[in-house]
Design a protein around this ligand. Structure first.
Ligand SMILES: [Zn+2]
Length: 118
């Protein structure tokens, strides 16, 4: 699920949205021109400069400054939860292996001791 995070650095206002429930005022932007127009010396055809479209901006409801929404693929809390589950599973597997190793060592020692005494 793609979500957008709106965060205002000026007043610390923030909002998570999936883009459907935005009831904010969108600030209109125009493309930023990059480079310069080029004219072909032979054909005299002018190609216009490439322009970059600007990201959408919204007005912060608290202080009125422009806020650019950031795309987030997975909200942080679900990532953290997944990591926690993975870590606990790894720890459990590691401790089980350790205990198995100890048992084998104890068994060997005990068998070796038994052989020596016999
Ligand atoms: Zn603000």
């Amino acid at each position: 699920m793609i979500k957008y995070r709106l965060y205002c650095e000026i007043c610390n206002w923030k909002k998570l949205t999936d883009g459907k429930d935005i009831d904010l005022f969108e600030i209109k932007t125009c493309p930023v021109p990059g480079g310069y127009p080029k004219t072909d010396p032979v054909t005299k055809i002018t190609t216009p400069a490439k322009s970059k479209p600007q990201p959408k901006k919204f007005r912060c409801p608290q202080c009125g400054r422009a806020v650019i929404p950031r795309k987030i693929d997975d909200p942080q809390n679900t990532i953290d939860e997944k990591k926690k589950i993975e870590n606990s599973q790894k720890e459990r597997a590691a401790s089980e292996k350790e205990q198995l190793g100890k048992r084998v060592v104890y068994g060997k020692n005990w068998l070796d001791g038994d052989k020596d005494s016999a």
